[in-house]
Design a protein around this ligand. Structure first.
Ligand code: SAH
Length: 363
């Protein structure tokens, strides 16, 4: 734990040094355990971590000078070692049950976050990278190459910034925005640790979902991750030939091996996985493919989420007809696969991954 903290601290420190020209750490990057270690390392008591987390995540202050129960010299030291990073909302599009945000990071790079209203609460879809290298052929995000990872602290700030905008708490977070979370593993797991901490934001781990295109080594690593976070796999096709056409990552991590890693994850964690399957007209929506998918997923503790494709101007794919989506759904049901059809959000405001960013930036 300590090693991970220190390694992380050092790498982030260098990272920020390059990025900001200083060797300071964003306070939002710091897990509770790291903060305790930090206070001990400067000769202070561990419990100061509790006070600081309360100021930052419960009272939501944005300057060290607003803290009233920590001694002045400790505050001065904190100011030397850490800073309050910021994210700015530069565009907001609003539909009935969805708000889509374009956010500017400290180095002026932009990412997206989408807030959705459900009957069970609100969920925020956050970005994990600036751009994405996975190159899925149907996805707008892949048109914008990865420029850098989003840090754990920036992901925390995506949540804090939107909560501040709507003046209310968000109950669920899905890491399904721009980027591939398992290509940014340390930041993702630190993010979970930070937002889940009971003395801070206290977001329940079961209310967090991470979606991956299938980076197999990280699925094994994630099987050991001691938080009960939900895992979603972007599947989109039941065989290698079609999946490799849609998702180049499948050429590296083949379907059989992916399924093996998911079975391992389920056996280790006892958690049900979600398979996301976007419905593309005439590409992956036939009855034969529904049968093939049922066979592939037989005996796995999972459910399939059929996602009506959000069409974009640039990529040429069409959404499957309602009728075909229902037929596909029925075939899976008949074959005893748990299946749902995703409710649609924000069709009017181009809510699919990467669409807002790419519409605001010339590519
Ligand atoms: N890289 C991760 C997370 C980001 S994409 C992953 O692949 O899971 C989040 C989900 O949105 C994925 O299932 C992706 O395939 C899907 N998606 C991308 N573009 C879409 C679109 N235009 N319409 C509907 N879903 C889309």
């Amino acid at each position: 734990m300590l090693n991970k903290c220190i390694l992380y601290y050092i790498s982030i420190c260098y990272y920020d040094k390059i990025r900001l020209g200083v060797c300071m750490e964003s306070i939002y990057n710091i897990t509770y355990k790291c903060l305790e270690d930090y206070f001990v390392s400067i000769g202070e008591k561990k419990y100061k971590a509790k006070q600081l987390y309360d100021w930052i995540y419960v009272k939501r202050i944005k300057e060290f000078d607003n803290i009233s129960n920590i001694k002045k010299d400790v505050i001065e030291r904190l100011k030397k070692d850490f800073y309050f990073d910021k994210i700015e909302i530069i565009n907001k599009e609003i539909d009935i049950d969805v708000k889509k945000y374009l956010l500017k990071l400290n180095d002026s790079k932009t990412i997206e976050a989408v807030l959705m209203e459900h009957d069970y609460g609100t969920s925020l879809c956050i970005s994990s990278q600036v751009g994405c290298n996975m190159n899925c052929s149907f996805c707008e995000s892949g048109r914008i190459k990865k420029q850098r990872d989003v840090t754990a602290g920036e992901m925390v700030l995506e949540l804090l910034t939107i909560e501040n905008d709507i003046k209310s708490r968000i109950s669920h977070v899905v890491i399904m925005g721009i980027g591939e979370p398992f290509d940014n593993y340390v930041n993702i797991t630190n993010f979970v640790e930070i937002v889940n901490h009971p003395l801070g934001i206290a977001l329940g781990s079961r209310h967090i979902t991470i979606s991956t295109c299938g980076i197999i080594p990280k699925i094994y690593e994630f099987s050991e991750f001691p938080y009960q976070v939900n895992l979603a796999i972007s599947l989109h096709a039941p065989n290698d030939e079609l999946r490799s056409k849609l998702m180049p990552i499948n050429k590296v991590y083949k379907l059989d091996d992916l399924i093996k890693s998911i079975k391992y994850y389920v056996s280790k964690t006892n958690r049900r996985v979600t398979f996301e399957y976007i419905m593309l007209d005439n590409i992956n929506d036939s009855k034969e493919l529904a049968i093939e998918l049922s066979k592939l997923l037989k005996n796995i503790n999972c459910y399939v989420n059929l996602i009506p494709y959000n069409e974009t101007d640039n990529l040429g794919y069409k959404r499957s007809s309602k009728e075909n989506i229902l037929k596909f759904y029925d075939t899976l049901k008949k074959n005893n696969i748990n299946v749902t059809i995703r409710r649609e959000f924000g069709r009017k405001i181009s809510a699919a991954c990467g669409q807002l960013k790419s519409s605001k930036e010339s590519l």
